[in-house]
Design a binder for this molecule. Structure first.
Ligand SMILES: Cc1cc2nc3c(=O)[nH]c(=O)nc-3n(C[C@H](O)[C@H](O)[C@H](O)COP(=O)(O)OP(=O)(O)OC[C@H]3O[C@@H](n4cnc5c(N)ncnc54)[C@H](O)[C@@H]3O)c2cc1C
Length: 450
């Protein structure tokens, strides 16, 4: 096929709702997740452009799984049968200034939504480290940022529109369907296709980001609560070496009429003299501005800028949530593994997340602190290390991130979620034959015994 004919075929295929095996074949690529460590088990990818097409498709398929922006590191979004991408459904439906809500199509990313909201004078309460991810995919896995007073991103959802296994449209809202709504928001993609989401918004705000270097571990031990509550959002980055935390990122909201001077020392840490990447050796070019330069909320809350590769690019990730009251013990338990962890780690991040009432959220009913690991992309080494970390964190009832790597047995995992039986019932109500269940969900959520 000559180049012109190939390009014509490509543009024809792109315009069709079914972006299919033919396109994958033409491009000669298998469909993979962002990190490249998961090759999806099917190349059949359907990309509708309307709710009607979604309903029609869902009604006809025996099994499928919705794919967001492919940023999970495990098989949670995989399917052996059919993948459904809502990428083309990425519009704002309505912005209601008096109710302070925005309703969007579920294919939208934060990178698309945030500048729109800001332009209309509104903002979200928090963001993850990167804006590249879809709102629906992030909320489905309880994706979070940091901040003692900030719930995970799913806590902003006030209503959702679900297309269930039969193709029926179900609307659930915080106000009217409290119980099933709390089960459905962090839904792991197991209840159906989220077609629309309504999110709480607030007036836009400005922020400043300050980075400090070399926080002594002893200071963290002594002043953990003071440190984590010292700004709207606080992230601690560490390689677990030398009894110190390499970087402290403080994101503060600028309060009108209140002046603020960043201290010259922060619990023994010193202010950075230039913008930094969390992995100090990497260029800060892909990071959001620091050094106290004021900017809109959506250009300070994430660590990484839209339009640039977030994080390191070639990496694996794992993350565990421990109850706030065990944070220091859990951090020290990981620090004791420094010699084993060190050679395989790029960086770890410690964040705090407020309690919520979403059944499958790791922060259900209790605030938690998350301990995150960005690993070098050596799957075997990571696979061998995770059980060691999980064993050390077991006394603290650590829950893994739904979208990252973990090796906990399904039985252990299930025992950590008191609302799991209710969640299974809810899934069965909307999806009695398991149309949206994949291998990950079957093994970790639905299997009766491991
Ligand atoms: C570089 C990087 C940085 C990250 N930073 C953070 C961070 O700061 N905090 C954090 O908590 N996590 C973080 N993550 C993890 C990431 O936020 C989650 O994996 C999130 O789920 C990604 O969203 P996605 O759309 O890419 O999900 P996908 O992997 O595409 O899908 C995730 C799940 O959502 C479901 N889903 C997606 N869309 C729909 C829909 N419309 N209807 C029903 N189900 C749906 C899928 O079926 C699947 O179960 C990071 C990941 C990467 C790669």
């Amino acid at each position: 096929m000559n180049k012109r004919a190939f390009l014509k075929l490509l543009s024809t295929l792109m315009a069709m709702p079914v972006v299919s095996p033919v396109l994958a074949w033409a491009l000669g690529e298998k469909l993979k997740n962002w990190a490249g460590n998961i090759e999806y088990s099917t190349e059949r990818l359907y990309s509708p452009s309307s709710s009607e097409q979604v309903r029609d498709f869902v009604g006809k398929q025996a099994k499928l799984k919705v794919l967001g922006t492919r940023h999970c590191f495990n098989g949670i979004a995989d399917s052996a049968d059919y993948l459904l991408s809502l990428k083309a459904m990425d519009k704002v439906i309505t912005l209601d200034p008096s109710a302070r809500t925005v309703t969007i199509e579920a294919g939208m990313t934060y990178g698309q939504l945030c500048p729109y909201l800001d332009g209309k004078g509104f903002a979200l309460h928090n963001l993850a480290s990167l804006p590249h991810i879809s709102v629906a995919g992030a909320c489905s896995t309880a994706t979070h940022g940091s901040g003692d007073g900030n719930g995970n991103l799913a806590t902003a959802v006030s209503a959702l529109e679900l297309i269930t296994a039969s193709g029926e449209v179900v609307k659930l809202s915080r106000a009217q369907d409290a119980v099933s709504f709390q089960g459905a928001v962090v839904g792991l993609g197991a209840l159906g296709v989220i077609a629309r989401l309504t999110l709480d918004i607030q007036p836009r705000y400005m922020m400043q980001q300050y980075v400090y270097e070399n926080l002594p571990l002893s200071a963290l031990k002594e002043h953990f609560d003071a440190i984590m509550s010292s700004a709207y959002s606080v992230s601690l980055f560490t390689d677990w070496q030398k009894q110190r935390l390499n970087e402290v990122w403080l994101k503060r909201r600028i309060e009108e009429g209140k002046s603020f001077e960043a201290p010259m020392e922060f619990f023994g840490a010193k202010p950075a003299t230039k913008n930094l990447h969390p992995i100090a050796e990497l260029s800060a070019e892909n990071c959001t501005p620091q050094m106290g330069v004021p900017g809109p909320w959506y250009e300070r809350l994430p660590h990484f800028r839209m339009g640039f590769t977030p994080s390191a690019g070639k990496e694996l990730q794992a993350e565990y949530f421990v109850p706030r009251e065990h944070a220091i013990e859990a951090i020290l338990a990981v620090e004791r593994l420094r010699d084993q962890v060190g050679p395989h780690l790029m960086i770890s991040e410690i964040r705090s997340i407020a309690a919520d009432d979403l059944w499958m959220s790791p922060c259900y009913k209790a605030p938690r602190v998350s301990i995150h690991f960005t690993w070098k992309p050596d799957r075997t080494a990571v696979q061998n290390l995770l059980p060691i970390i999980e064993k050390e964190l077991a006394p603290f009832n650590a829950r893994p991130h739904w979208g990252k790597l973990f090796t906990l047995s399904p039985r252990t995992l299930r025992a950590k979620y008191e609302k799991l039986p209710d969640f299974v019932d809810l899934c069965t109500q909307y999806d009695p034959k398991g149309k949206f269940r994949n291998e990950f969900l079957q093994r970790n959520i639905f299997a009766l015994a491991s």
